[in-house]
Ligand binder design. Structure first.
Ligand SMILES: Nc1nc2c(ncn2[C@@H]2O[C@H](COP(=O)(O)OP(=O)(O)OP(=O)(O)O)[C@@H](O)[C@H]2O)c(=O)[nH]1
Ligand SMILES: [Zn+2]
Length: 201
């Protein structure tokens, strides 16, 4: 039998259906044996729905939406922004993973540069989606190459996954590091320079 929920109007792809999220949270509370109508939980489905809307806002954004401001500064050497805090949602368990991203690129020959804050905004676009850390890392690097026509890109993400610390194997503090290196940053010496800047404290 077809699930009646799937027959409801879907709206445009990517639209967040707050009512549906609310109903799902109410259902989850029932499934765990709670009473969603008790005083303390009455507002919870609505709160959780709004929280997910915020945490998953990147689903309704494209990298092109944020890498908008570009200047021609004639700077053709590496630009690196370190320690951009990230909170994302592991797509396997819908539990957060959090840590930092380091994002660097070598601008296009033309000197096309973006604002520094836009690099952090780019990270947010991809972090605020159901993710795996590897895909988050490569999507950021690939967007820099494609949209800024960068000659090289390097992205390193270090994160702790709640699905590894609060459940399952329960290893709080374990950090996962992923990297994506593109274009000229694959050259051994350029890559080594970038990594030493990233690792410097
Ligand atoms: N590669 C990768 N794995 C992830 C990420 N986030 C979570 N995982 C892993 O996804 C895997 C899912 O494994 P399953 O065996 O299907 O699920 P599970 O039974 O909940 O696994 P355990 O966590 O080992 O209890 C786990 O090993 C998680 O640690 C990520 O960003 N990247
Ligand atoms: Zn997980």
């Amino acid at each position: 039998m077809t699930d009646p929920v799937t027959l409801e109007p879907q709206g445009p792809i990517g639209e967040f259906d707050e009512k549906r999220a609310e109903a799902a949270v109410r259902e989850l509370l029932l499934a765990v044996g709670e009473d969603p109508d008790r005083e303390g939980l009455k507002e919870t489905p609505g709160r959780v729905a709004r929280a997910y809307k915020e945490i998953l806002a990147g689903l309704r954004q494209e990298p092109e939406d944020v890498l908008t401001t570009t200047f021609d500064l004639g700077h053709d050497e590496m630009v690196l922004v370190k320690d951009i805090e990230i909170v994302s949602l592991c797509e396997h368990h819908l539990l957060p993973f959090h840590g930092v991203a380091h994002v660097g690129y070598i601008p296009a020959e033309s000197g096309k540069i973006t604002g520094l804050s836009k690099l952090a905004r780019l990270v947010e676009v991809f972090a605020r989606r159901p993710q795996v850390q590897e895909r988050l890392t490569t999507q950021i690097a690939d967007s820099l190459m494609r949209i800024l026509e960068a000659r090289g890109a390097i992205v390193v993400v270090e994160a702790e996954h709640m699905c590894m610390s609060v459940r399952g194997i329960r290893k709080p503090g374990a950090k996962t590091t992923t990297s994506a290196v593109r274009g000229q940053l694959r050259d051994a010496s350029t890559r080594a320079e970038a990594m030493s800047l990233i690792l410097a404290r």
